[in-house]
Design a protein around this ligand. Sequence first.
Ligand code: AMP
Length: 365
Amino acid sequence: MIVEPNGVIGILGGGQLGRMLSLAAARLGLKTHIYTPEDHSPAGQVADAVTIGDYKDADRLKDFGDLVNVVTYEFENVPAETVDILAANHALVAPGGKALSIAQDRLVEKEFVNSLGARTAPFHAVDDLASLEVGLGVIGRPAILKTRRLGYDGKGQTTIGAANGDLSLTWDEANRKAWEEIGARPSILEGFIDFEMEISIIGARGRNGEIRCYDAPRNIHKGGILRQSVVPSGAPDGAVKNAIAITSKILDALDYAGVIGVEFFVEKSGGVIVNEFAPRVHNSGHWTSDACAVSQFEQHIRAVAGWPLGDPRRHSDCIMENLIGDEVERWRDLSREANTCIHLYGKRDASPGRKMGHVTRIRAR
Ligand code: AMP
């Protein structure tokens, strides 16, 4: 199946990723139709069509599926039911439901990654205070407690036993506090990795099984939110090669079509550990819009539309910086800087922690 120019790509989700996917599709002469519960979504502002609907509204989803040639998504928490409804109505969804269901559950995701022979942080399933205590006995402190589902940008996670933690609490009290902090929900306890740096691989797999990966950015997080991606990363070549090999295994095992973002910890020894993956375009790949001939957004559209994948090589070194909350006000100064590409997402409310835009500073290689 190939979606030809003037064909329509349906996108579940109306955020900035859907917006940048729509802009990339438009350049290829393809149209996008956004499905989102949100009025005035960042993606809806630039797409050809928008359906405002609930992700569980079977009638709306059916109508949407009838109007598009292929359906993709821009966030990984699309309910499984949405994909089931679309599939029952013969809509083609890419990447498929398997990638979504694995990525939505941190426990299933880690087991899947391990089953491919790749390493993750040591982990232990936590369903109550008793299993948390057992997990801490196995993994030791410090450790990170994360909800299995629906966590993002550092939300739904807390550290237990950090050197800078509250020393006035007994261990029992600290465990209870952590358990309550994450909402007493099914969780996973992860060993704390003393990493040298974090990198990610933005990889793509075409419908014919062809795989292309971008150079790895080094990712700098604060408070669990990505602040900067720096390319080249400075990671040892062997670590990047390994990370690309693991990404390729994940893509093949999922029989994937589209772009994936896989996050890695690089150890001091040069070893790589998978943190998590997102079955979609990824914030740490935004720099590809300005430093590569074919961005991750165009690559994703090419893959789901059945086109040949583009060349992922970069022509520039770069630093991508997120504009979070009221940092977006810096657009006035940033717009005076040379070699600085500004991307603003059209969001009205700059609430704290909200991703409002990003800039990429590029330098020819
Ligand atoms: P996540 O939501 O799992 O991507 O976590 C957000 C950020 O928290 C990561 O990018 C790391 O900076 C940090 N982090 C998460 N898990 C671990 C871990 N097991 N060890 C050390 N740092 C971690």
